[in-house]
Design a binder for this molecule. Sequence first.
Ligand code: ASP
Length: 348
Amino acid sequence: MLKKTCLILCLAVLACAAGPALAKQKLPLVVVVATGGTIAEKTGGSGGAQPALTGDSLVAAVPGLGKIARVKVVNLVNIDSSQMTPAIWTKLSRAVDAELAKPEVAGAVVTHGTDTMAEGAWFLDLTLTSPKTVVFTGAMRDASDLSPDGPVNIRDAVTLAVSPQAKGWGVVVCLNYYVNAARWAIKTQTTNVQTFTSGQKGYLGYVLGKVVEHWHPRPPKLALPLPAKLPKVTFVADYSGSDGSLIRCAVDQGAKGLVVEGVGSGNVNAEVFGAIKYALKKGVEVVITTRPIYGGAWPIYGDQGGGLTLKKAGCILSRDLNSFKSRLLLMLALANGADRQRLVEYFK
Ligand code: ASP
């Protein structure tokens, strides 16, 4: 009898001791892939904000994160996102894809600079196929600030990455509680924590502590396999008095695609139109975007360089993608052998 009581007591003690560890094991696993940005920068002396922290330090600076999920950190690069390139985003896409392919991984968080975060998130939204959610996050106040916003953004990004409500949202940008689809995210403010919005399209949802609100469905998914090599696609903005020389130069420098940001609903001046015809004749695909951030390009104006004239000449009018996201879509589409008709489909 005594033996039996001792055994039960020992098992009870073991169960109490192992309880928290067992509970933790039941938590979902999230992979945090760190790439740098303000969230990982510190301002010291007269050198301004510089990359300073690893992904592990970023995660360690978030109290209570271990109660939301188990976290694995991958330190990919540590750069200001003004230095990001499609080649690095290709590496990032491969790294995230490899982690999401593991059955035990519930979702991923990418910590990234905000300057080019919207494009990086869009690049992964186009090239990833996993149904698991990927949350890009960052910070507008660096880690040496009086009240850095990085820790709360990481907490919310991890909450979102494991949230059942966020299943199927694809790649999103989440800072300051708001959740933006990668396709619609725009950085609108250079210094304020409330910088990412989704403009006329609206936020996908909102994260407040443990609560994830789902406001409306994600945009249709576009899938473009990661190519071995990315073609040169150049971006040129039209402006009053522009003579089109930058377009001719881009073509002569080997651009395979061109994004021309027109004024209004996608109109350019006659000289720029002449340069665009030069590009088209050389077999360069030309996508027309617009300086106004909402509304997209439309075939309305029929004068030299008007949107309708550009469309008739063979240009593709981008509906709701800005110049920088149009450039990445055009780059991936050309790399995957898209012809003119396919390109029109992608941009409508
Ligand atoms: N320059 C920084 C970056 O894009 C800005 C930020 O992360 O907020 O890396």
